[in-house]
Ligand binder design. Sequence first.
Ligand code: NI
Length: 269
Amino acid sequence: MSLLSPAPTVQLTEAQVRFYHDNGYLVVRGLTTVEEVEWLREVYDELFDSRTGRERGDQFDLAGADEEGETAKLPQILNPSGYRPELKHTLAWANARQVMTALWGQEPASQGDHAILKPAGYGAPTPWHQDEAYWDPTLDYCSLSIWMPLQDVDERSGCLHFVPGSHLQEVLPHRPIGGDSRVHGLELDCSPPELARAVSCPLAAGDCTVHHQRTLHYAPPNESDVPRRAWILMGGLEAKPLAESRDFPWQAQRHTARSERARAAEAGA
Ligand code: NI
């Protein structure tokens, strides 16, 4: 793969831009090509198979206690493009930037990525959450995530579900998944009635969904016999200090093996 970035090919319509701002999510077809998806799948499997980033706390189990020797329930890699910089020179990356620019009317100040693998036949969902619940509560964000599967996804294999319009509300109370402080992943600690209005977004490989950092979303378990590989491209405008203070107490409730590894790696660096 060449290190020249390909020119973007995705052009959002005005109706798509309006839909995103009204609903907090959007489906975009063809973020990349079938050929690139195939190449991405190889890179992706290699990163997970070699446990890339584990010592630094960048690869971990999002939904389990993540102790050594335990099989990960929902393996995740933070910043895969930091380990494989070619990922930043893909058509998907260029198109993601184009989508962000179209939705905000300006280029993103930052772009990053992560990868979440849902093993075949795996029986647990990714519970309802808002991405902003993971972040620094003292900052004001304008961010989004572009979620691209590397194979077709539907309700049986763990496609995303969104609550339309939920991006317009504040960050709701969260807790570590299952109330287990050893787990990195967060889940809603309340059940707002609007969850009943959720819509599912089945996709073909290389299509994507886009969601705002406050949009409520969820993914069902992967009951299919193929691993559900998702590559998530995030971007944001510059985050500014928030005028009024707020607290995300659930962040202090977690004491994970992942953060221990990240701390040890930092101390040794
Ligand atoms: Ni999320």
